[in-house]
Each structure stands twice: as structure tokens, then as C-alpha cells.
Design a protein around this ligand. Structure first.
Ligand code: HMG
Ligand code: MG
Length: 299
């Protein structure tokens, strides 16, 4: 049975812009986040407190958080990899939610966070405990749930182990990342079934990149298995700096079109979303990767 409502988690300002080769001005990021809020998105990932040597594009996250117009009922989470990142998040304006990010693949964990899966989990346990003590909500990511750029196939049990550890340490939701967009619908369902043995389905989110054009099909497939939270990126922005060839997340417009067409409520307004998509695409000097934005003449 499909869900009647789906929560869309907009990750474009973080997952999208972290991968841009050129610098995106702080004011552009702020304008994008404000437009996404105006479109009705209630969760907008605003940036990350990671090493600026590793991901220079996110170095202005504190300035972004200080300048956005906060809307009531909207959450603006940031990624945090370690205690140093948590301290920066706590010192920034208005952070109420963070996300820690692990992986189901050893090689990806090393490339993305310079540590093993288990060392990463130990760090996240400390970060999560300290963050919750300060009243923050913590979301957990698992990368490479349907394939790894370095190791290929990843066993669903490996995903379930990491997802289970993140929930046990206090993450309220687990976002399952198909980092390189390699998955197909039946594999996505099998992975969700394995994870559901450790984490209740209502606490799972689909975070699917669209590299092979499979993301919408995979999203529908996991919705059929009880997933009702979908991460997406306006204009299909993005990729991952540590996953060569990874294209953007599935475009928010494309997910919204599918859900609107199926009568599934999201609270997001297509025309305001297309405004945000057009604005950031123009700022980056290229057409949106979203098929819906192109079909609706916004490219
Ligand atoms: P490290 O080099 O092992 O860390 O990096 P370290 O503790 O040895 O510190 C080295 C230097 O970094 C020091 O500076 C630290 O101060 C600094 P130095 O003394 O050399 O000048 N440093 C920091 N600076 C600012 N903020 C911090 C911080 N921590 C250390 N928080 C580390 C380890 C985890 C920090 C590094 O590997 C890192 O920043 N990685 C982040 C990678 C990243 O952001 N990847 C993209 C996000 S994940 C993603 O996109 C996947 C996802 O979308 C899901 C999916 O699609 O699968 C979520
Ligand atoms: Mg991602």
C-alpha cells in the first residue's frame, strides 16, 4: 500500500551545491533556501560543518544559517562528521537538527570521512549523544546502500547493520543513500526489507541519486514497502565529491510531479518550486536536470 502523504527532504543546497566546481556566493545559497521554504518544503538541508579542505563549497555554512529567513515549521539541518563539526553547528545561528553520515562500504567510508565504518560509528555515537543532550535532533545517513563506486555490490545486511547502529545511538530517521544511483527497483525493495528488520519502516528515508535514470522507479518501489520520506534536490543539483560519476539526487520537481499525479500529499507547490529551480539554474548558468522543469518550459 502506498502512503497518503510523503515528506520531501530538500537536499539541494547541501548535497547539490557541495559538488559545484565553482564558488556559489552565500547570497545565492540564501536566496535558494528562502525560495525552497516559500515553496512549502519543511526540511531544507542548509549546508555542512565538514573540513573546508575536503569540501570547500560548504565553508560558508555558518554565514548561510545567519542570513536565511527562518519559517515556522521548517527545519534547516546541517551535516556534522565529528565533534569539531558539532561545536561549529552549536555556535551557528538556529541549528536544531544535524545529520551524521556513515556508509555501508569500507572503501567509501575511508574516502569520504577518512576512517573505517566502525570508527565512524564510534564518532557518530559521541556526536549524537552530545547533540541530543543539547536538544538537537539527529538524522543518520547510510551511503552506498545499493552499490559502491570502489567495491561494487553491497550486501543488504551491511546496510542494515549500519542503519541499526545509527538508530540505536539515537538517530530519529535513517536516510538510505544510493550514492551512485546504481540501484534498480527490486534491489531497492530487497535492501529496504533487510533494513526493516533493524529499523521501523516509518523511520526510513530514500535518498536516491539519479545517475542511471532509476531514481523515480526506485522511489516508487520503496514507497510500496512503506517508505514515506524522500530526499530530493531542486533542479536535480548535485553529486558527491567522493563518488566519481555520481550525478545529482533525483530532482524535487520530478518527485513532486509523480506524487501530485498519484494524489499523494506533500504540501509543496509546483509553481513556487519551479521558481526556485529556475533561479538556481540561472545562477549556475545551466539548464535544470529536472525533466519536469524542462517540460514546463523553465529551462
Ligand atoms: P581528517 O583529515 O581525518 O580530520 O578528516 P582530522 O580530525 O585529522 O582534521 C584534519 C583537519 O581538518 C584539521 O585542520 C581539522 O581542524 C580540520 P588542520 O589542523 O589541518 O588545519 N577539521 C575540520 N574543520 C572544520 N570542520 C570540521 C572539521 N573536522 C576536522 N568538522 C573529516 C575527517 C571527517 C573531517 C573529513 O574527512 C571531512 O570533512 N569529510 C567530509 C566529507 C563530506 O562532506 N562529504 C560529502 C557529504 S556525504 C554525502 O554527500 C553522502 C550523502 O549525500 C548520502 C549519499 O548520497 O550517499 C549524505
Ligand atoms: Mg547524497
Amino acid at each position: 500500500m502506498l502512503p497518503q502523504t510523503v515528506k520531501l527532504v530538500e537536499v539541494g543546497p547541501r548535497d547539490g551545491l557541495q559538488n559545484e566546481p565553482g564558488t556559489v556566493p552565500t547570497a545565492t545559497k540564501v536566496a535558494l533556501i528562502d525560495r525552497l521554504g516559500a515553496a512549502g518544503l519543511t526540511v531544507i538541508e542548509a549546508g555542512s560543518f565538514v573540513s573546508p579542505k575536503w569540501v570547500p563549497q560548504m565553508a560558508d555554512t555558518a554565514a548561510v544559517l545567519a542570513a536565511i529567513q527562518r519559517r515556522p515549521g521548517v527545519s534547516y539541518p546541517v551535516l556534522v562528521p565529528n565533534m569539531k563539526g558539532l561545536e561549529a553547528a552549536l555556535a551557528a545561528t538556529g541549528v536544531e537538527e544535524i545529520a551524521v553520515f556513515g556508509a555501508a562500504s569500507e572503501s567509501f567510508s575511508q574516502r569520504n570521512t577518512n576512517c573505517s565504518i566502525d570508527d565512524g560509528l564510534a564518532r557518530f555515537a559521541d556526536v549524537t549523544a552530545a547533540a541530543r543532550e543539547k536538544g538537537l535532533r539527529v538524522r543518520g545517513y547510510v551511503s552506498c546502500v545499493l552499490g559502491c563506486p570502489y567495491e561494487g555490490r553491497i550486501a543488504p545486511e551491511a546496510v542494515a547493520r549500519v542503519a541499526g547502529a545509527l538508530v540505536d545511538m539515537g538517530c530519529y530517521e535513517i536516510s538510505l543513500g544510493d550514492t551512485i544511483g546504481a540501484g534498480t527497483p527490486l534491489a531497492a525493495q530487497a535492501m529496504v526489507e533487510a533494513v526493516a528488520e533493524r529499523v521501523p519502516r516509518e523511520r526510513l528515508a530514500a535518498h536516491f541519486h539519479d545517475t542511471y535514470g532509476q531514481a523515480l522507479a526506485n522511489i516508487l518501489a520503496v514507497m510500496e514497502r512503506g517508505v514515506a520520506v524522500v530526499d530530493c534536490s531542486v533542479a536535480g543539483l548535485g553529486g558527491c565529491p567522493y563518488a566519481k560519476g555520481a550525478s545529482g539526487n533525483v530532482a524535487t520537481e520530478d518527485v513532486l510531479y509523480m506524487l501530485d499525479g498519484m494524489g499523494i500529499a506533500t504540501g509543496v507547490d509546483m509553481s513556487a518550486l519551479l521558481d526556485a529551480s529556475a533561479m538556481i539554474s540561472q545562477a549556475l548558468g545551466r539548464s535544470p536536470a529536472s525533466r519536469v522543469a524542462r517540460a514546463m518550459g523553465c529551462a
